[in-house]
Design a protein around this ligand. Structure first.
Ligand SMILES: Cc1ncc(COP(=O)(O)O)c(C=O)c1O
Length: 353
C-alpha cells in the first residue's frame, strides 16, 4: 500500500501485504517453514549482522507473521510491531525488555488476573517489583514513581472490573518523568481506541480475544509508537553494550532504526533467546480475524450495550458494570475515549450473591 491514507476497514483488509510477485496470490500466504535458504555465505553473514533485512529462522520472524505485525502497526498508528505466542508473553517480554533486577514498574491495580500475578508473584523472583496504584486518580502514578521506575502500565478497560483509564492524564505523568507508558489495549482493540494517539508509547494486545475473533488461536502482539527517546542512560538495556550482540547499544548503533530500539531489542534479545514466538498458522488465523474486526466490534458493542441496559433494569440484578451505562463510575472518561462503542464485556452481580 502507498502513503495514501486509508480508512480503518481498508487497513484491516490490506495493510502490510504486498501481493506475491511470482504467484500474484491475493490472500496472505501461510509460510509453514522453520528456516530459510541463504543465497550465499555473505547473505547469511549480512542477515546476522543486521546489515540486510530478511528471514533467518521462524523463531525470529516469518513472512506471514510479518504481515500481521505490519497490519497491527498500521491499525494502531504505530511504527512497528512484534507478535508473540500469547498476550501474556507479549506483556512479559515487553517488561523484561525495559526492566532488569532492581527496577520497578508502576501499574494500575485493576489488571487482568494473569498480568497481576506476573507482576506481583513472578517478576519479584527476578528482582523486578511493581507498585500497584488506584488508576482512578492519575496523580497516584506520580506518587509511586521512584528513581528505579522504568515503565508505567495500565489497561484501557480493566479486566474484569471494566474501569476505563484516563490515558492522556497517565501519559502526561509518564512524559514528565521520561518513562514509557505501556498500555494493554486488549479490551478495546485499535477499532475502539488507539492508545498511541493519546500519548502512550507501547501497546500490548492479547490477539486471542476480539482481534482473532473466533476463539481458534492464542497469541499476542506489541506495537511500538517509535517516538520514545531511549538514549536516556537510565534505560541501561538500550545504552550499554550488549555482549550477546557484538557489543551493540540498541539506542545508538542501529542507524536509521535507532528510533525503533525498543522493538528491535524485543526481537533480538527476549524473543530470540526466550523463544515465545507465534506459529505461522496462528498468525494467519489472526489475519483472517482482523479482516472483520470493524464489523464485529460494532456488533459486540451494540450487543453489550443492550445487555447492560437490560440487566441494569432487572429486579434480580444487584449491580452492573459497563462503561456505556451513564451511571457507570468511569462513563465520563469512557465518553472521551470510546466514541465508537464501549466494548464487548459486561459484568454484573445478582441479588443475594
Ligand atoms: C486484558 C488481558 N490482557 C492479557 C491477557 C492474556 O492474554 P493471553 O490469554 O492471550 O495470554 C488477557 C487474557 O484474558 C486479558 O484479558
Amino acid at each position: 500500500m502507498s502513503d495514501r491514507t486509508f480508512a480503518f476497514a481498508t487497513l484491516a483488509l490490506h495493510a502490510g501485504h504486498i501481493p506475491d510477485s511470482d504467484t500474484l496470490s491475493r490472500s496472505v500466504a501461510l509460510h509453514r517453514t522453520s528456516s530459510y535458504v541463504f543465497k550465499s555465505a555473505e547473505h547469511a553473514a549480512n542477515l546476522f549482522a543486521l546489515k540486510e533485512t530478511g528471514f533467518i529462522y521462524t523463531r525470529l520472524g516469518n513472512p506471514t507473521q510479518e504481515v500481521l505485525e505490519r497490519r497491527m502497526a498500521a491499525l494502531e498508528n504505530g511504527a512497528a510491531a512484534l507478535a508473540f505466542a500469547s498476550g501474556t508473553s507479549a506483556i512479559h517480554n515487553t517488561v523484561i525488555n525495559l526492566c532488569a533486577a532492581g527496577d520497578e514498574i508502576v501499574a494500575g491495580y485493576n489488571l487482568y488476573g494473569g498480568t497481576y500475578t506476573m507482576f506481583d508473584g513472578v517478576l519479584p523472583q527476578f528482582g523486578i517489583q511493581t507498585r500497584f496504584v488506584d488508576p482512578a486518580n492519575p496523580h497516584n502514578f506520580e506518587k509511586a514513581i521512584t528513581e528505579k521506575t522504568r515503565l508505567l502500565f495500565v489497561e484501557t478497560i480493566g479486566n474484569p472490573a471494566l474501569a476505563v483509564t484516563d490515558l492522556e492524564a497517565v501519559a502526561t505523568v509518564a512524559q514528565k518523568h521520561h518513562l514509557p507508558l505501556v498500555v494493554d489495549s486488549t479490551f478495546t482493540t485499535p477499532y475502539l481506541l488507539r492508545p498511541l494517539d493519546y500519548g502512550a508509547d507501547i501497546v500490548c494486545h492479547s490477539l486471542t480475544k476480539w482481534l482473532g475473533g473466533h476463539g481458534t488461536a492464542i497469541g499476542g502482539i506489541v506495537v511500538d509508537g517509535g517516538k520514545f527517546d531511549w538514549t536516556d542512560p537510565k534505560f541501561k538495556l538500550f545504552n550499554e553494550p550488549d555482549p550477546g550482540y557484538h557489543g551493540l547499544r540498541y539506542a545508538h548503533d542501529l542507524g536509521e532504526m535507532n528510533q525503533l530500539a525498543f522493538i528491535m531489542r524485543l526481537r533480538l534479545v527476549p524473543l530470540r533467546n526466550l523463544g515465545a514466538c507465534l506459529s505461522p498458522d496462528n498468525a494467519w488465523l489472526f489475519l483472517q480475524g482482523i479482516e472483520t474486526l470493524p464489523l464485529r466490534m460494532e456488533r459486540h458493542c451494540a450487543n453489550a450495550q443492550a445487555v447492560a441496559e437490560f440487566l441494569h433494569k432487572h429486579p434480580q440484578v444487584q449491580w452492573v458494570r459497563y462503561p456505556g451505562l451513564p451511571s457507570d463510575p468511569t462513563h465520563p472518561v469512557a465518553k472521551k475515549y470510546l466514541s465508537k462503542g464501549y466494548g464487548a464485556m459486561v459484568v454484573f452481580g445478582i441479588q443475594g450473591g
